[in-house]
Design a protein around this ligand. Structure first.
Ligand code: SAM
Length: 473
């Protein structure tokens, strides 16, 4: 039998099947053990997190009152660590060439229904201009895996192009990267290119399902994929983002796997994942999500978010436009810190008048423009933030985490959110959004703790109105 060891660098030891099976059994046996549930909730209230076993008990708990307590605590922890800020980003699809055979993804190599497309650097420029004109400052670049069509040099060229585009007052200040698992050497190159987070979804932590769902191509290799974040960290990338594609396998297994992965990164590298993404399988070109019979209810999806929030309080949580505005509204409250807006999931989609569907990776469920999403967030009491300061100030990895753990992050993030929102209002917002935003900023200045910081922020907001840009703490 393979022994569970969070410190091991071998996938099957740090994501250990037997440990997950025992965790789920323990959770089942204790799901209505209210004394234990109470103890775990008390521990979570200390805001130091929970391990995968404890969190799995809460996820399995069926007691309505306790579930409400879990939701309330998740909401409170979100407020304590992230305030009412929501960081905005957009995906940018570079290429849908792919040599893999992923059964859930329309980019799989056998799909002959879709045109294959790869952006030229000129097209990347045009996409970036379109994104800047919406108001975006932070992107997640996406590409299929194809060593001939999308080698690392191509990705690096695209990153260079993206950072170089300065259109009107626009700028992309942080490029996160979601490309297939790669070598330490390539991760080092990405780091040198100035990327923010390296994001890679595990898809499923269940090895047998993983191998079935990835029948062909380099992605078939479960260990290589699962150990990617260790190589990324070895290559110097200290902000990594993990996630599973919910719906592929049983959610309870995935949930325990996700937390074990986070525990492993913390144990080995001294810093857990920067973000956890919560995607669910969606309809796409030749993909029918009902082919995977592990879909989970909206209710359970929200419960997963709440349990993640209290289990890893310092880890950002991301929800994309795969979800409807209704689900986004509900789940944001429970702990999400970043959302995408105005997204197009097709290669070259931002330059098209109408949303193109031919190369779309999945159907988008939130079709609102960025202005509409910003407007909606503010009406719901949130501050949409276009801040990218942390990584540009060198606050990454354990430096970010220690700032976050000491509560100091509030003194940077809140003012930065207000200043970047002001930039958005000045440059891109509709008159109605601008009006709501100016009132919100005025109100939120009062929530800055230190008087001297308040004065600096007031001065900078004024200077932004006069045309200056890119202030940060
Ligand atoms: N190709 C890279 C890889 O293999 O990791 C990453 C880029 S891929 C464009 C980004 C993610 O989209 C995948 O990791 C997968 O989780 C998700 N995805 C693929 N097909 C999807 C579908 N039908 N619905 C929702 N998300 C999907």
């Amino acid at each position: 039998m393979i022994k569970y060891d969070p410190k091991s660098l071998k996938a099957e030891e740090f994501i250990n099947d037997q440990e997950i099976i025992e965790t789920l059994k323990y959770a089942d046996e204790n799901k209505n053990n209210l004394k234990l549930v109470d103890e775990i909730i008390e521990k979570a209230k200390k805001r130091k997190g929970l391990n995968h076993r404890e969190a799995s008990v809460l996820l399995a708990c069926e007691d309505k009152e306790k579930i409400k307590e879990i939701y309330d605590l998740a909401e409170q922890i979100k407020k304590d660590f992230y305030g009412n800020r929501i960081v905005m980003f957009a995906p940018l699809y570079l290429s849908n060439y792919c040599v893999n055979g992923c059964l859930y993804c329309p980019y799989h190599s056998k799909n002959k229904n879709i045109p294959r497309k790869k952006l030229t650097q000129e097209e990347v420029r045009n996409e970036v201009i379109a994104l800047q004109d919406m108001g975006h400052k932070r992107l997640a670049i996406e590409a299929g895996e194809d060593p001939v069509n999308n080698p690392i040099e191509y990705i690096l060229d695209c990153i260079k192009t993206i950072y170089s585009v300065k259109h009107k007052n626009g700028a992309i200040r942080r490029v996160n990267v979601n490309i297939a698992a790669t070598t330490v050497e390539n991760y080092r190159k990405l780091k040198e290119a100035g990327i923010g987070t390296y994001i890679l979804f595990q898809e499923t932590y269940h090895q047998e399902s993983y191998e079935y769902l990835h029948p062909t191509g380099p992605k078939h290799n479960y260990a290589y994929h699962t150990e990617a974040m260790d190589r990324a960290m070895e290559g110097g990338i200290d902000d990594v983002g993990i996630g599973v594609l919910f719906g592929l396998d049983k959610y309870r297994y995935e949930f325990a796997g996700l937390l074990m992965h986070a525990e492993h990164l913390e144990a080995v590298h001294g810093v857990g994942p920067h973000t956890i993404s919560l995607p669910r399988v969606k309809r796409a070109n030749d993909i029918d999500p009902t082919d995977f019979d592990n879909s989970l209810s909206d209710e359970m999806f929200c419960k997963i978010a709440a349990c993640i929030r209290i289990a890893v309080p310092y880890t950002g949580m991301i929800i994309s436009t795969r979800e409807t505005p209704e689900i986004r509204e509900k789940i944001i409250r429970l702990g999400v810190s970043q959302i995408s807006g105005g997204s197009r999931t097709s290669v070259g989609g931002y330059c098209e008048e109408e949303r193109p569907h031919d190369t779309e990776q999945f159907d988008v469920s939130d079709n609102r423009t960025l202005d509409e999403v910003v407007n909606w967030l503010m009406r719901a009491g949130y501050i949409p933030s276009f801040c990218t300061a942390c990584y540009r100030e060198g606050r990454t990895g354990d430096r970010f985490m220690s700032l976050c753990k000491s509560g100091q992050i509030q003194n940077c993030c809140h003012p930065n959110a207000l200043m970047t929102l002001e930039e958005f209002l000045m440059d891109y917002a509709s008159p109605e959004t601008k009006e709501i935003g100016e009132k919100l900023i005025e109100k939120e200045i009062d929530n800055i703790g230190k008087e001297e910081v308040k004065d600096i922020v007031r001065d900078r907001l004024e200077r932004i109105k006069q045309g200056e840009r890119d202030f940060r703490f």
